[in-house]
Design a binder for this molecule. Structure first.
Ligand code: URA
Length: 255
């Protein structure tokens, strides 16, 4: 029974990955019956979640501090967005994540739920994560801003200045092996550079958490919302190339 569940899971993951890279964005439903026939034809890939589960757990202290940051961000009034939000979106995931995904700012769905990347762009991010053989719980997902800018306008410099210390501290505590910066705002802010996402993506850069800290590898890639708007084979391939570099960098198999 457990074996069947594993097969179902692996087949579903394979289907999601194939779906993502073949152009669709809906996840097909696979039945146990389908799993039985399909597993004869496809070679199952290793599931990276099992690899990342080998990583040591975060200390209680780290978890408490991450929770404290979340609480503080929910009370924050350091910029005008504090007045406008329904919910702050502090970020979520594994406190010992090896990979952190950082986006721009919450949108309407995220503001309503207080959780990052839960709208359409989030569904695509979920597929990218699944294509890597990982689950949302294996990684950490956050944003440059914790609160939604009205009408999803770009973050303003004063908002970034007010909010960034939360994320900087989260990165220090989680101490991932790689940060994936989703889109121009995340990449330019974390790398403190005016270069475009086109110039930055596809290459590892160093994010320096602070004096005395080792640099953390940062891979800029296209934001899932950009990918949804520009859903070409070429752009999808570029994102997958970027993610393959991330997996290779931390020694995880490429599904
Ligand atoms: N876009 C982002 O940058 N972040 C989210 O959380 C959702 C959409």
């Amino acid at each position: 029974m457990e074996h069947q569940t594993d097969i179902n899971k692996a087949v579903r993951q394979h289907a999601e990955m194939a779906e993502y890279f073949s152009g669709g964005i809906t996840v097909k439903k696979f039945t146990a019956e389908h799993a039985e026939t399909t597993t004869k034809e496809i070679k199952l890939n290793p599931v990276n979640s099992e690899v990342s589960a080998l990583r040591k757990n975060a200390s209680l202290e780290t978890i408490k501090e991450i929770d404290g940051i979340a609480e503080e961000s929910r009370r924050c009034r350091k910029c005008d967005l504090g007045e406008l939000r329904t919910n702050a979106v502090p970020g979520e995931g594994s406190p010992s994540a090896r990979i952190m995904f950082v986006g721009e700012a919450p949108g309407a769905d995220e503001d309503a739920q207080g959780r990052p990347f839960v709208g359409r762009a989030g569904q695509l991010l979920d597929k990218i994560i699944a294509a890597c053989g990982l689950k949302r719980q294996d990684v950490w997902i956050g944003n440059i801003l914790k609160c939604r800018p009205p009408d999803n306008r770009d973050p303003r410099p004063e908002e970034i200045v007010a909010c960034l210390p939360f994320l900087q501290r989260q990165i220090e505590l989680i101490n991932p092996e790689v940060i994936v910066a989703l889109g121009a705002h995340a990449a330019k802010t974390l790398l403190d550079t005016p270069k475009s996402i086109g110039q930055l993506r596809g290459l590892f850069h160093d994010y320096v958490p602070g004096i005395g800290h080792r640099p953390i590898k940062l891979m800029p890639t296209f934001h899932p919302a950009y990918l949804l708007r520009n859903y070409s084979d070429e752009n999808r391939r570029k994102v997958w190339e970027d993610m393959k570099k991330v997996l290779t960098e931390i020694g995880l198999p490429i599904p």
